[in-house]
Design a protein around this ligand. Structure first.
Ligand SMILES: Cc1cc2nc3c(=O)[nH]c(=O)nc-3n(C[C@H](O)[C@H](O)[C@H](O)COP(=O)(O)O)c2cc1C
Length: 161
C-alpha cells in the first residue's frame, strides 16, 4: 500500500501534523507551494490571505514532485482560511484529478473550522473518504497532545484498511 501526505502550510501547524503522520505510517510527502507566497506573517496576512480565500482565488503552484496517481491512500491537510481550505488546496483540487482513491482529510484552525472538511470532500468528488480530523493551532497550544492524537488517528485509519 503506497501512502502519500499532501499538504499546504503557511505557518507550520499543518506541516507539523503532516510530518508526524508521514513518519508514523511511512508515507511520502507532497508539499503544495504557491509560486508567490503571501509576504507577511503580521496581522496583514489575514487581509491578503483572507482576500485570496474570500475571492476564491487559485494561486499558481510550484511544480508537484509526486504524482498522486501512484498512491493507494492519500492524506490531505490544510490550514483553515475563511472557514474553508486554503487557496493552494483549491488550485490543487481544480488541477489534479484525483478519483477512486482512499482519502483521509485533516485541517488546522484557530477555533473556527467551519465546513472545511465538507468543502474538501465536495471538491474531491468520487473518492472513498476513510478518515477526518482537525487540530487547533498545534504549534501554539498542546503540541504534544495534538501530535499524539494525529499519530494515533493516522495509525487507526491505516489499520482500518
Ligand atoms: C488568511 C487566514 C485566514 C484564516 N481563517 C481562519 C478561519 O476562518 N478559522 C479559523 O479557525 N482559523 C483561521 N485562520 C487561522 C489558521 O487556520 C490556523 O492558525 C492554522 O493552524 C494555521 O495553519 P498553518 O500554520 O499550517 O498555516 C486563518 C489564518 C489565516 C492566515
Amino acid at each position: 500500500m503506497k501512502k502519500l501526505i499532501i499538504f499546504y502550510s503557511f505557518e507550520g501547524n499543518t506541516k507539523l501534523i503532516a510530518k508526524n503522520i508521514a513518519k508514523t505510517i511511512d508515507a511520502d510527502i507532497l508539499e503544495l507551494k504557491p509560486e508567490q507566497e503571501i509576504k507577511t506573517k503580521s496581522f496583514m496576512k489575514f487581509f491578503w490571505g483572507g482576500k485570496q480565500a474570500m475571492m476564491n482565488e487559485k494561486p499558481d503552484l510550484l511544480p508537484l514532485d509526486k504524482n498522486p496517481d501512484d498512491y493507494d491512500i492519500i492524506f490531505i491537510g490544510t490550514p483553515v482560511w475563511a472557514w474553508g481550505p486554503a487557496p493552494p488546496l483549491k488550485t490543487f483540487f481544480s488541477t489534479c484529478n484525483i478519483s477512486n482513491k482512499r482519502i483521509a482529510l485533516f485541517c488546522c484552525h484557530g477555533g473556527g473550522k467551519g465546513k472545511t472538511i465538507e468543502k474538501m470532500k465536495i471538491a474531491l468528488g468520487e473518492n472513498d473518504f476513510i478518515g477526518q480530523i482537525d487540530f487547533r493551532d498545534p504549534l501554539k497550544r498542546k503540541t504534544e497532545e495534538n501530535v499524539k492524537n494525529a499519530v494515533e488517528w493516522a495509525e487507526s485509519v491505516i489499520r482500518g484498511q
